[in-house]
Ligand binder design. Structure first.
Ligand SMILES: [Zn+2]
Length: 97
């Protein structure tokens, strides 16, 4: 079944539904997270505060240029969505910051 039949791809493929995607950190290790619609909730790897990021274009966390900041400690995260593989990588924005 193609991604189009799933309804994942909209608006030229930038806005991606990530429900059910495999969620991993930047090292490729699967992490506890809750992906629904265009959003994913996870816990900060530094302070365990909950973080909510969006895969929607230009929304917080959607890419490197639009990181989401942890409200607990300020660590930034951004999403690397791979629709064809149904995978989502959550990268630390500036690991050494
Ligand atoms: Zn934090």
């Amino acid at each position: 079944m193609s991604n189009e039949q799933h309804g994942y791809l909209k608006f030229g493929g930038m806005n991606v539904k990530i429900t059910g995607f495999l969620i991993m950190n930047g090292n490729g290790d699967q992490i506890p997270a809750d992906a629904h619609g265009n959003n994913v909730a996870f816990t900060c790897s530094k302070c365990s505060h909950p973080v909510l990021a969006s895969a929607l274009e230009n929304q917080r966390g959607s890419d490197f240029d639009h990181p989401v900041d942890c409200k607990g400690c300020g660590r930034g995260y951004w999403l690397d969505v791979r629709p064809s593989a149904e995978k989502l990588y959550i990268h630390v924005w500036r690991p050494n910051a």
